[in-house]
Ligand binder design. Sequence first.
Ligand SMILES: *Cc1c(COP(=O)(O)O)cnc(C)c1O
Length: 393
Amino acid sequence: MPNYTRADLAFEHGVGAYLFDTAGRRFLDFGAGIATSSLGHGHPHLTGEIAKQAAKVMHVSNLYRVPQAERLAARYVEATFADSVFFCNSGAEANEGLVKAMRKTMADAGKPERYRVICFEGAFHGRTLAMIAATGNPKYQAGFGPVVDGFDHVPFNNLNAVRAAITAETAGILVEPVQGEGGIRPAQLQFLRDLRTTCDEFGILLGMDEVQTGMGRTGKFFAHEWAGIAPDVMSIAKGIGGGFPMAAVLANERVAKSLVPGSHGTTFGGGPLACAAGNAVLDVILAPGFLDEVDATGRYLWRGLLDLCVKYPTVFTEARGAGLIVGLKCAVPNGEVQTAAMAEGLLTVAAGDNVLRLVPPLIVRQAECDEALALLERTARRCMPMPVQDAAK
Ligand SMILES: *Cc1c(COP(=O)(O)O)cnc(C)c1O
């Protein structure tokens, strides 16, 4: 179906942070399949574990125990705020589960009238009918009405607006610690802390969408850790399978106990193959020192991006983000910058608010950041608006 605008490129294989197209051209991949190929391409541990599991058994359904999923869930519980995990297949599906769990928690507490979720302007939560309502962007809703009821939107990083929007019908708040699709807009850490205390004050639930920010991307296992708080429920996806499609909802006991047998489910979610991939990704990300390395690499890249903004202010006006989810706000159309970068051999992703998004694999090294910065410099020279006096000649 014609629902994508694709670049005329096809990749034949990848190694680490590099992709090779069918013509043998090499690209430095700072898009990572939209922040998803967290271990880069062809990571031997990940591909090895997937191949081993595929040869044993790929799918059995949730009619039976799945040891790979039990192990993965136990590891998430050990390393996060969560007491329980539900596995599924995509970010949108995880967010659907998150909102269902919020509503059910309230219903079980005798407050079924508390079904509404407060979301933020600039958010992105996925493409299902309920998630285009949660996302709230008219661009994603056009033609798909009527819009699913139950989502209210307030300005991002504005606590007064959040507090004013809470009513007797509010079940909880859903927030991205760094808005990804919306243009790499980080929540202020104090704002996240204030959301936590506000939820406690009103007896409502704090939900985090860490589909893009989670799994080490910001230099901590999950981005909310920077604020020193914990949500009640969290959706994760993108990088958690290192490119293998999978997602999960993590929740504390209060929320998790609402999803009693038969209340929610999925055919594919939490299968042996996906969970083998998930465990392999965790082996790498939770290895001692790995997240510190992501943090250090992120800070290194950051300094270079700030320099670029100083040097090419007519192309890049601002760098923002955290760790290895960073955005360059562009003074020229971001699509043109993305295309120019691609021509230079650098893959990036456009984001909202005219931002060029850089989300390299987490295994990226300083030398590859240097290469990306050099390619971005060449890109900036290609994209610089023509000086007025030259244009007049
Ligand atoms: C990508 C994304 C989603 C949707 O994930 P899909 O796997 O495409 O359904 C939801 N929330 C955030 C923050 C995302 O970045």
